[in-house]
Design a protein around this ligand. Sequence first.
Ligand code: RP5
Length: 168
Amino acid sequence: MEGKALVSVVMGSDSDYPAMASCLEQLEQFGIPHEVRVLSAHRSPEKVSDFAAEAEKNGLKVIIAAAGGAAHLAGVIASQTILPVVGVPMTSTLDGMDSLLSIVQMPSGIPVATVSIGKAGARNAAILAAQLLALSDEKLNSRLKEFKKELALKVEKKNQLIQEKRSA
Ligand code: RP5
């Protein structure tokens, strides 16, 4: 994506990439400059700290952090920056419940905006990031309003299909 990254999509492992593809796809659809990194709260903690400490200075506006299992990545990043952090729980051996609880149960003072488990959450993280950026970007604001209309139109089409099937 052209331009200096406004959103960083960070994931705990390359095994998170397939689920996070929908996040990247959505950011691309909105035309939001972004970057992607693999960083691990447990396996490369110093790199996570360096990234978080430099994020604001590097021009980032939102950080999306995906991790699974004992998913501490989003919280650890949030503890070291004032940028909004969106946490995406990855599916795991415990169906992602471990990831969800690890990400959502932050202590008072360090928020992480937690979305749903897996691919739906990955896409929603991109939409939430877009909504945050749209607060100061009129073009993106209009694009998001269009996006909502498109969603409603898709539902209307599905409704029509069901009605047609029932009357056939
Ligand atoms: C987490 O552990 C990662 O975010 C990933 O979801 C999970 C498994 O990682 P790998 O063992 O596949 O590298 O840190």
